[in-house]
Design a protein. Structure first.
Lengths: 311, 524
């Protein structure tokens, strides 16, 4: 923690002598030391009983990730194709919303760092849409970084902050600057700060396999054709009724491939719906027909683990 | 007086010339020229005839004013209240500051010596009023004579200042000429005469300046920068050069400042570091805080980020240290009430609340740090506005100003969410990303107001597989933008599942014969 770093060390002294200065002006008095010790104590109290790394559930992927996505770690998300930037972004936002919901009290902020070029190319984050997508705009801090280097620095700073639940870094020119060291720094910052790092490689469409880093998980996200919507278009003019054959667009739906999962299964692809009203992921395929059977436990991961232990 | 810039003839007298009423006249002279008997206002041919070696340069009032401003900023090392006294003077309010420099006489000597070391010839005078200091600096004679003790009574003052010429009052030339024609040349000439007859014949400035000179009236000065609420500074015998040393002394200054702030129960919202270089240049760095700040570590951190940002802008060097900085000052320009919360720190029952407040403070510090490095306008929160025009429904407001009231934004956004809540299971009504400006697309759609069936955006053809719309958004009539047309927005999903927010601009026939299509946003 940066604050502790400053305060734990003995105060720095300037070697050169200064003119017209009382001799005791520079020496530390009791007041100074006390306030610093108090600050350290308060920091310790603040993080005493915090659950370090909550895991969040992402629907059908939980099984492959061994019980959900881990907080306080680095996760990478890359679009599957040239037009899938918005899908990848939507998935990252959904994860951030889940992390915020799972975070302890007070740790609620989402910091979204967008490199300028990514905003020009893929559009700027749009507040009303984000609110509808399931993010509370009051918790969102948007940072516009001029370069990839600035964005990486801002990500690391934000991850060290204890009030931040998730940090999304949307960096267009990631490939040149994102090496093992950079990823390791982010992972360490996430671990020490407790927030989750979501690296959105906006400019690396289809390049998830080219990424090599110490990330905990790596996803490749593509848009997926969702099913027909349940609702009816209320309030739209009657002359605009959909022609036969063209249904209404449904919830956000993505096809997600796990490229890398530490301690889990990689290489699996699954389609997920994001229910922005409930704030949870749903399986796009009607798997719930099986899961709804009365005697099955709620979590697929548990369901698999238990019989093995008993056997 | 400025006497730098010409190095061709080091021993020759130097003058600047200006064109006044079609004639070239001397505007200013260096000490050598003055010793030879040249005077400002002389015609250039006359001066040349007297001293052919005279070196001349054109007067540049703008550059001179700029130099004067730089000197005034440098003078803030003596006191925060430094005012310009154009065209050739600087007024410092050194009330309560002189003892820091070993008394008035040594302050005067220090100012003159330091300015001479920078290549400026300066005469410093100290008096109780700005007018008296003005007069003494220009006509006060030797150095000792240019300090007016504050203890003099009115009679002694009149005796002391009576010998000054009337020009010392800073009057305009016409008034001076008129007074001289009446035989009035010295201050005492006016003081010994009754006030009413002279006042009736002269401009009111005469007695205003005279009262100021004698301390009967207080003339204000207008400092270039306001005095900070709290400040701490360090002076060094040798200039310090290394950035690490400077940052370390800022940290120790922050400790002093935080003690000051704590004693007054305040926290700083705006901070400034001034670095005074040995050769007279002054560099100032400002940083804002989104909460009243008192922690030395956090303050030092903010300035480290500011230096980092400056060094990025300047090819790796935060500041040109030259021969080093001999004064470093940390000032709290704006402060805000901050009460101690230490008392409830160990209150076990309220631990949740304490944790939340600590995290909020941590977040505020993060916002400040990011703002210091990247620029305050780059760290934003969303501010919603009650309008239907999608582009204006939300703006990015600097987070530093919104940090403490961020939650007031929430209701507007939530109301929007409620407005669209009847569309259960449907794609949200607004995209998560909005293009900086709508991009034209080629679309095939039914006339007059059918949905797009297929469209080409950024050279890629998209076949529409599902859509919702239109959502008709009319231009706001009170904005009086005649060119704005009604827009019909569609949420369209293509065969690959990508979702777009497209609109048709203009109603068919009634507004336009050929409606155009645009891409405006992208859904998740």
């Amino acid at each position: 923690m940066s604050l502790e770093h400053f305060q734990a060390k003995p105060p720095l002294r300037v070697k050169k002598m200064r003119r017209d200065e009382e001799p005791e002006a520079f020496s530390e008095n009791a007041f100074d030391g006390k306030s610093e010790r108090l600050a350290i104590l308060r920091q310790k109290i603040a993080c005493a009983d915090e659950i370090p790394f909550p895991r969040i559930s992402i629907g059908g992927l939980d099984r492959m990730l061994r019980g959900g996505l881990r907080g306080g770690a680095l996760h990478e998300i890359a679009p599957g194709g040239a037009g899938d930037g918005a899908a990848a972004c939507g998935f990252a936002l959904a994860l951030a919303a889940r992390f915020t919901a799972a975070a302890p009290a007070g740790r609620s902020a989402i910091v979204w760092i967008v490199e300028d070029f990514a905003a020009i190319e893929g559009g700027a984050p749009y507040g009303p849409g984000l609110a509808l997508h399931g993010l509370d705009p009051a918790t969102l801090i948007l940072v516009h970084a001029a370069s990839a280097k600035d964005a990486l620095w801002a990500m690391e700073e934000a991850l060290k902050c204890r009030g931040v639940a998730a940090v999304i870094g949307e960096i267009w020119s990631l490939e040149k600057i994102y090496d093992l060291t950079a990823a390791r720094r982010l992972a360490l910052a996430a671990q020490s700060g407790g927030g989750s790092a979501l690296m959105l490689a906006a400019g690396m469409a289809g390049g998830a396999d080219r990424l090599a880093s110490c990330a905990h998980t790596r996803f490749e996200v593509s848009a997926h054709r969702g099913g027909a919507a349940r609702g009816s278009p209320k309030g739209s003019p009657q002359n605009a009724a959909p022609p036969p054959g063209l249904p209404l667009p449904s919830l956000a739906c993505w096809s997600i491939r796990i490229v890398k999962a530490r301690g889990g299964e990689g290489g699996v692809s699954i389609a997920l719906l994001w229910d922005h009203e409930e704030g949870c992921f749903r399986d796009a395929f009607p798997l719930h027909l099986i899961a709804d059977a009365g005697d099955r436990p709620g979590h697929p991961a548990d369901a698999r683990a238990r019989p093995r232990q008993s056997a | 007086m400025r006497a730098r810039g010409l190095a061709k003839a080091p021993d020759a007298p130097l003058a600047t010339i200006a064109k006044i009423n079609g004639a070239q006249k001397l505007a200013a002279l260096d000490a050598r020229g003055a010793a030879l008997g040249l005077r400002p206002g002389m015609n250039l041919p006359d001066a040349r005839a007297m001293h052919p070696a005279l070196v001349c340069a054109d007067a540049d009032p703008a550059a001179e004013a700029e130099t004067l401003a730089h000197i005034a900023d440098w003078c803030r090392r003596f006191t925060p209240l430094a005012a310009l006294d154009a065209p050739d003077g600087i007024m410092l309010d050194v009330s309560g500051a002189a003892h820091l420099f070993g008394g008035e006489a040594s302050l005067q000597a220090d100012v003159e010596a330091r300015l001479r070391a920078q290549g400026f010839f300066a005469r410093a005078a100290l008096a109780s009023t700005p007018d008296a200091a003005f007069a003494l600096a220009r006509y006060g004679g030797e150095r000792e004579g240019r300090i007016l003790p504050a203890t003099l009574d009115a009679a002694a003052l009149a005796r002391r200042l009576g010998d000054l010429p009337l020009a010392a009052l800073g009057l305009d030339p016409a008034t001076l000429k008129a007074l001289a024609e009446a035989g009035l040349r010295r201050v005492s000439d006016i003081l010994m005469r009754p006030r009413a007859p002279i006042a009736a014949r002269c401009r009111p400035e005469l007695y205003a300046r005279l009262d100021g000179l004698l301390g009967l009236a207080k003339t204000p000065i207008s400092p270039r920068f306001e005095a900070p609420a709290f400040m701490a500074e360090r002076r060094f015998l040798d200039g310090i050069v290394r950035r690490e040393d400077i940052e370390a002394s800022i940290l120790s200054l922050a400790r002093d400042l935080s003690k000051l702030l704590a004693r007054h129960g305040e926290g700083a919202r705006r901070l400034e570091v001034s670095l005074f270089r040995v050769d007279g240049a002054v560099m100032r760095f400002e940083a804002g805080a989104s909460r009243p700040l008192r922690e030395p570590g956090v303050i030092a951190r903010l300035f480290r980020e500011r230096f980092e940002a400056a060094s990025k802008a300047n090819d790796g060097e935060a500041f040109d240290a030259g021969y080093g900085f001999d004064v470093i000052r940390l000032a709290a320009l704006e402060v805000e009430r901050r009460d101690e919360e230490e008392a409830d720190c160990f209150d076990i029952g309220n631990r949740q609340g304490v944790q939340a407040s600590l995290k909020a403070a941590d977040l505020a510090d993060l916002i400040d740090r990011l703002g210091a490095r990247l620029g305050v306008r780059r760290v934003t929160r969303l501010a919603f506005h009650a309008t239907h025009a999608p582009e204006f429904a939300v703006t990015a407001a600097p987070a530093a100003q919104y940090a403490d009231k961020g939650h007031h934004i929430k209701p507007a956004a939530m109301a929007r969410r409620a407005a669209f809540a009847d569309e259960a299971g449907l794609l949200p009504a607004r995209p998560i990303r909005l293009l900086p400006r709508p991009e034209p697309i080629e679309a095939i759609a039914g006339v007059p107001d059918g949905p797009p069936l297929r469209f080409r955006w950024r050279r890629v053809l998209h076949e529409v597989a599902a859509f919702e719309g239109p959502e008709r958004i009319a231009p706001e009539w009170w904005r009086r933008d005649e060119s704005a047309l009604t827009r019909d927005y569609f949420r369209a999903e293509d065969t690959e599942g990508r979702r777009f927010w497209v609109f048709r601009e203009g109603l068919f026939v009634s507004e336009t014969a050929r409606p155009r299509w645009f891409m405006h946003g992208l859904f998740a």
